[in-house]
Design a protein around this ligand. Sequence first.
Ligand code: SF4
Length: 325
Amino acid sequence: MLYSKASFDANQWNDWRFHMENLIRTKDQLAKWIEVTADEEGAIEAIADNYLWMITPYYASLMDKHNIHCPIRRQAIPHLDEMRNKSAGDIDPVGDTLNMKTRRVIHKYPNRVVMLVSDTCPVYCRHCTRKFHTTDVRGTYFKEGFDRSYDSDFAYIRSHPEIDDVLLTGGDPLFLSDGKLEHIIRTLREIPHISIIRIGTRYPVFLPQRITEEFCSMLSRYHPIWVSTHFNHPVEITDEAAAACDRLLRHGIPVQNQTVLLKSVNDDVEVMRSLVKALVGIRVRPYYLYHCDNVTGVSHFSTRPCWQRGSGLKERSPFVLNGTL
Ligand code: SF4
């Protein structure tokens, strides 16, 4: 009998630490949740020396147990195309390394910076824009451990009064403890010219139990805080995800969503319509939709633009962007 959410005690299931202690990292562990196909098994072996993979039990519980075309499986389980297309694309298509000012600060636009605070995620999206930084076994922009001093990162931001907006991302910032995150946020809040602090996280999608009351309460001490998350398919909008977003919203933290257009995941008008309606239903703003970046190992997710596919959309929608922050 394959595992499902019902296989677990509610106290276990609702405790995010249980999921982090039981991350799925092997084919045998995955086979407890779904019927792993020969292609998936082959891909897991083929990527082993190149790319990491890891899945929370919660996210595995959303997978179709028998259908390899499941949008959750496609986002989280390695695919042979990651290796077949390894010569295509760029390991840094959005120019992070060109605009890296310190170990963690990327300053690409005048008033805003990205601060990379992690290179780890609880699930490694196969389509990650920063695949080199997060998933590539030889990658990471940090070069050495990510827990080194933040002094030079904060000093750079302090010395640039034109910066008023900081996006904490990675990897996933919520991989850090609440205490470490609070230290980072408090230090930023003490810089007079910083107005907006945003957190980019896929925990509402991968492990919504991590969005605890205590975490939300901590964030609410440092307003204005915004959360940007990344739902790609309506299957991801579960009761747990809705409750996590509600906790953030009740603490005054606006939640907006960025969706990546992914071949055979959500490149379908009805899927996208359902996703947007479901997001609005849980009061998460569908903020933007962007094309998959031209990342090495990711090209199998690329879609042709909708205006070339006869989707019924005659013109390029301004809602569909290229690139990411
Ligand atoms: S959660 Fe974000 S940073 Fe992490 S693997 Fe997915 S897209 Fe990349």
